[in-house]
Design a protein around this ligand. Structure first.
Ligand SMILES: Cc1ncc(COP(=O)(O)O)c(C=O)c1O
Length: 442
């Protein structure tokens, strides 16, 4: 169909000059959005294809970060692009007051990714933090209780609600956070306060419930693999043990799968499935949209009904273009067996990292679950004192040798390696050489 706006005499030509890009951003971005810059010199991206990125000078990189675990199935996927364009060309938005089949199709398909035996429903929105906020509100509405437990070293987002359950000081602002939130110690098997084991951490959780709450809980929120905390997987038995204790106190289990979901950990579509638990609420975002803004709460029908009589509305919730992208992501993961690939490639990359650990004293530990991997740097393997200074140099080297990764962890001493699930075996040799050279030239 033609439009009165078809003719554009002033088509925008982007200015790709390096200095101009940096200057314009520095001048017009607010300080709050300018501040988060990982490398010493700005890294500007011009384009991406599958697992590769190119900067404005046409240097090629192997992406090991997936835009913070968002571009899950890779850049410029032709199916995603085609479905997005198709939807954008017919109707770019349809607010949830009105009906459109696309979001409901997508919701139906999302529920099919969940374990059988429960009736799942979906609330669609734009981002992870929005979904976290809603999970907290819903848990409180349903149970009638206030207290929420979260884990230390967690990250759940930047909004007031999500920040209040985030357990790393660097992500919490100096303001009164939302009340009714208590933290239990993370069962980090390398750096946790009890070292290895699960029972001492579950005892601490019991203590937190007993001493720091009313004894009645709205819920507990857990990342099955902590992301910004530095890829810290929950040990076997922790989530199920925690669930038992939280349920006894009247609370719900909320799992935050924003980083760990969508086939990334390799053994299952959602990583909670590896823990033998049935959560009440699952929070998803990032990888479900492959870069298009999409967040979702997947929740048991009975629990969701608690909010049926109260206004709760997101202007861009259930946007059909984002949902078209989300549907394609699900289809591509299934059709191309990307979960199996995440397992295979994750195993191969972890072997490279383990080999590296044998040769470099500065590596305290390496760990991984599928395509979520971490290399933790320490000053001394005995004391395990974090080494963020060496991490800064290592991180710059990884860029120099053609990798895009991330430094994370509460002490900024963890190299986080989370490539798109479409990475291929041929990329492992390049990765190995790049990471070896990054360490050798420290
Ligand atoms: C585990 C986890 N939960 C929630 C969020 C918040 O998501 P968003 O940044 O889309 O608000 C993030 C973001 O990084 C995350 O890593």
């Amino acid at each position: 169909m033609t439009s009165q706006f078809d003719h554009d005499p002033h088509e925008l030509i982007l200015d790709w000059d390096t200095d101009a890009i940096v200057e314009r951003r520095n001048q017009y971005y607010a300080a709050s959005q300018r501040a988060f810059v990982p490398y010493q010199a700005p890294l500007i991206f011009n384009r991406g294809q599958d697992q590769y990125l190119w900067d404005e000078k046409d240097n090629k990189y192997l992406d090991c970060l997936s835009q913070n675990l968002t571009v899950s199935i890779g850049y410029n996927n032709p199916l995603v692009t085609r479905e997005v364009i198709k939807q954008a060309q017919t109707l770019q938005h349809c607010t949830t007051m009105f009906f459109h089949p696309m979001p409901a199709h997508y919701a139906e398909e999302l529920t099919k990714t969940m374990p059988a035996g429960e009736e799942w429903t979906v609330h669609l929105m734009n981002s992870g933090a929005e979904a976290i906020d809603m999970a907290l509100l819903l848990a409180r509405s349903y149970t009638g209780n206030i207290d929420i437990i979260s884990l230390t070293n967690s990250y759940h987002g930047a909004t007031f609600g999500a920040q209040s359950v985030t357990g790393i000081s660097g992500f919490r602002h100096n303001v009164p956070q939302l009340g009714g939130v208590q933290f239990a110690p993370v069962p980090d098997q390398y750096r946790g306060i009890h070292g290895e084991g699960v029972d001492p951490y579950l005892n601490d959780l019991e203590g937190t419930i007993h001493y720091a709450t009313s004894g009645r809980l709205a819920g507990m929120i857990i990342e099955p693999v902590q992301g910004y905390g530095g890829i810290v997987p929950m040990p076997e038995g922790y989530i199920s043990g925690a669930h038992e204790r939280v349920r006894q106190a009247g609370g719900l289990l909320i799992v935050d799968e924003v980083q760990s979901g969508v086939a990334r950990t390799g053994d299952s579509f959602w990583s909670f499935e590896q823990h033998g638990v049935m959560p009440d609420i699952v929070v998803a975002a990032k990888g479900i949209g492959n870069g298009y803004p999409l967040g979702a709460l997947i929740v048991k029908r009975e629990i969701a009904e608690a909010m049926s009589k109260k206004f709760y509305f997101h202007t861009y919730g259930a946007n059909p273009v984002s949902c078209a992208a989300g549907r394609s992501v699900l289809h591509i993961i299934q059709q191309h067996e990307l979960q199996q690939r995440a397992k295979k490639l994750g195993t191969a990359l972890l072997e490279v990292l383990e080999d590296l650990q044998g040769r470099h004293e500065v590596i305290g530990t390496v760990r991984g679950r599928g395509m979520m991997m971490a290399v933790e740097l320490v000053k001394n393997r005995g004391t395990r004192e974090p080494d963020p200074e060496t991490m800064v140099r290592l991180f710059e080297n990884t860029r120099k040798y053609g990798l895009v990764a991330s430094k994370s962890g509460a002490y900024r001493n963890v190299l986080r390696i989370c490539p798109p699930l479409c990475m291929q075996m041929e990329d492992v040799a390049f990765f190995e050489e790049a990471i070896n050279r990054s360490f050798e030239s420290l």
